[in-house]
Design a protein around this ligand. Sequence first.
Ligand code: 6MZ
Length: 406
Amino acid sequence: ESSTPSKRDVEKVRGRRKGIESEFTLALPKIELHAHLNGSIRRSTLSRLAMEAGIPEEEARILKEELKSLSKAFSFFGVIHKSVKTYDQITMIAQEVCEDFEADGVVYAEIRSTPRDLTSSSNPQGEGKESGRQGDQVDGKERYVQSVLKGFDSYLGSGDERSRREKCQVRLLLSIDRRLARQDPKVARDVVDLALKYRDKGVVGLDLSGDPTKGGWEDWEEQLFRARSQGLKITLHASEVPDSDAEMAKMLEFDPDRYGHCCYLSDDHFKKIRKGGKPLELCLTSNVLSNSVKDYANHHFGKHYRFAPKAQTGAVREFNLGSSALEEFASSRGESEGNPLILCTDDSAVFGSPLSQEYRIAIETFGLSQRDAFHLSEQAMTATFLNPGVSEADRTSMEIVRQKFQ
Ligand code: 6MZ
């Protein structure tokens, strides 16, 4: 009789481990720093709104299809945007996203969204605004920002309820959409204006996102510098598609406060990023399903994790079924320079993976111990855009979150 475990035994242990890890990652206090509001819409809400909006059958089909490319994901956003038509719906979505994060054990979230004017001609049901008046665009977009913040507020409740320990502390980042910024120079300026206006009211920074094949650095550069000169924190979607070296060089030169994705870094840029030490927002399932990364094992999380700051405890895994590649990877850990790595969901409605699942996948794929995962989550605290030195609300939120890690 061979003492090698049978395939069935291995499967059994794997299943058990999966259960244990799921329980652990759900209970683990988690920090979400890269989630797009409309991409995180509750699926049942999306189905309902798509139906109410009369989205034709063939367009709605994308909502049920498997994603195989980033461009498919962008068609999905098109359908979401057609389905979400009113400010009240934005408020409801914002509230639900917070509730869903809380249910998944997320204790702090920076949710990002692109301010849209829901009263413009593409939304003819818009609430009776005159058109052609100067500033219309900003008014509509401002109302959008207010509507998201209102959703956060309804989630948080009032008075004592607000600081209840189980509440997810939540902040907003405003997104500049690459394609729109290319079409109209006002787009980036409006977003920066709004971020400045609402910065003590829940907005903590800016994001550059949207279809990475659209627009170019010159379309938003000036506004990013303006935002920074006013003290706004900035995160950039970077190197999400191949052949983005030239743009990546500009981004590195700009040196934002955080980077998202970074799937296609050249060796030279990888070294520069590592040296810069800025936090990286990494979205495993998003990158795999949109085909920016071949599979989980090849996700660049592994490459960066070798260098990421981490606890030097080396806790022993309960069920170590890791391949030799993983063992080699695990033994190479221990250097403490590099970038804080933040696991994030990106668009949980589109990619169907809550943050607890992303942690479980990281644990399984990269052979992390529970202690490693805890430390990974805890150090995400250092990467938020909160400003506790200036804002009382930020100080309170930070304290609440800190307590969850004790
Ligand atoms: C780049 C993305 C994205 O802003 O309407 N977005 N941008 N890369 C990604 N990787 C998959 N996922 C989402 O949320 C939806 C918008 O977020 C951006 C896109 O601009 C998308 O239209 P909001 O709340």
